[in-house]
Design a protein around this ligand. Structure first.
Ligand SMILES: [Fe+2]
Length: 284
C-alpha cells in the first residue's frame, strides 16, 4: 500500500529502457510507454533489459546508469513513475561468472532475487536445479520469468513443482490470460493460476503495443479466476516484498495439492483444460 492507502501497483518485469534490447529503441517511445503504464495504474517499474551472452551483453553498471538517466527524464517530464533496476537474465553457465565478478544484477540491486529466462522451445536445461541451489547458497533466490510460455511447461505444468519446492518463484505475464500469446499459453497460465503456482504478475512490456493496453482487462480476468485479494497480492504485495529484498515464504504444505491432472485423450487435463464452453469460467 502507498501512504494514501491506495493499491501500490508494482511491475517487476518490463523492457522500458531505450536502446538496450528488443524493447523501445528511442527515448520518446520509452516515455510513451511510461505514460501509458501510469494510465494503467502502475507506480513502480523494474527495468529488466535482456542479458543474453553474445546477444544483449548489458553490463550491470550500464543498466544502473540508464535507470538513473531515465528516472531523471521522467521527473523532468512530470511522469509519476519510479524506475528501479533489474535484468532478465537468460540461463547459461555464464551466470556463475557474472556472480563471481559481482556483475549479476538482482531486482532493485538488492542482492536477493534474480529474474531468470529459460528457453521457450527447448527442454528445461538439466542444470537448472543445480544453478538454483548454487545461487541459494549465495543468498539469491531465483524467479522464473513467464513459465507459461515454455513449451515443456505447457505440456506438463507439474515439472514446475520440484522447482517451487526448491524455493523458485514463478512470474507470469499479466496479459497471457488475454490470449495475447496464443491459446496454449493462455490455457497454461489459467491452470497455473488455478493451482496457486503463480507467485506474482508482471507486464513484460516491450513497446506501446498490445500488452500495455490489455493490462486492466487481463487483471479483471485474473480476478475472476483467483479472486480480488489474490490478484492484488500478485501485483502489489509480493512484488513489494521482492523489491525490498525481503524473505518471501511459500506455504509448502500447498505443494501436495498442486499436482495437475494428466492430459486426457484430447490433450486436456480433465476438468481443467475442458473444451471451449465446458467447465470453463474464463475461456482462453
Ligand atoms: Fe522480458
Amino acid at each position: 500500500m502507498d501512504r494514501g492507502g491506495n493499491l501500490l501497483y508494482i511491475d517487476l518485469h518490463a523492457h522500458i529502457l531505450p536502446g538496450l534490447d528488443d524493447g523501445p529503441q528511442t527515448l520518446q517511445e520509452s516515455l510513451q510507454m511510461a505514460a501509458m503504464a501510469v494510465k494503467q495504474g502502475i507506480q513502480i517499474i523494474a527495468a529488466t533489459p535482456h542479458v543474453v551472452e553474445g546477444i544483449y551483453e548489458n553490463e550491470k553498471s550500464n543498466i544502473l546508469e540508464n535507470v538513473r538517466k531515465f528516472q531523471a527524464v521522467l521527473l523532468k517530464e512530470n511522469i509519476p513513475l519510479k524506475i528501479i533496476p533489474g535484468a532478465e537474465i537468460h540461463i547459461s553457465s555464464h551466470i556463475f561468472t557474472l556472480f563471481k565478478n559481482k556483475e549479476l544484477l538482482t531486482i532493485n540491486n538488492a542482492g536477493k532475487y534474480i529474474l531468470l529466462e529459460l528457453p521457450h522451445f527447448q527442454p528445461i536445461p538439466p542444470y537448472l536445479e543445480n544453478l538454483v541451489f548454487q545461487l541459494s547458497l549465495e543468498g539469491i533466490r531465483t524467479i522464473i520469468a513467464h513459465p507459461e510460455r515454455i513449451i515443456s511447461v505447457q505440456k506438463n505444468p507439474n515439472i514446475l513443482i520440484p522447482l517451487i519446492a526448491q524455493g523458485v518463484l514463478l512470474q507470469c505475464t499479466l496479459t497471457s490470460i488475454s490470449g495475447h500469446f496464443g491459446e496454449e499459453t493462455c490455457k497454461t497460465v489459467e491452470v497455473l493460476l488455478k493451482s496457486s503456482m503463480v507467485h506474482f504478475l508482471a507486464s513484460d512490456m516491450h513497446n506501446t503495443g498490445g500488452r500495455l493496453n490489455l493490462i486492466q482487462e487481463s487483471l479483471r480476468r485474473i480476478e475472476g479466476l483467483v479472486g480480488k485479494e489474490n490478484a492484488k497480492n500478485m501485483i502489489s504485495h509480493v512484488p513489494e516484498m521482492i523489491l525490498e529484498g525481503r524473505d518471501l515464504r511459500i506455504p509448502y504444505s500447498q505443494l501436495d495439492q498442486m499436482q495437475i491432472p494428466k492430459r486426457n485423450l484430447w490433450g486436456f487435463p480433465r476438468g481443467v483444460f475442458a473444451p471451449r464452453g465446458q467447465n470453463r469460467d474464463q475461456g482462453c
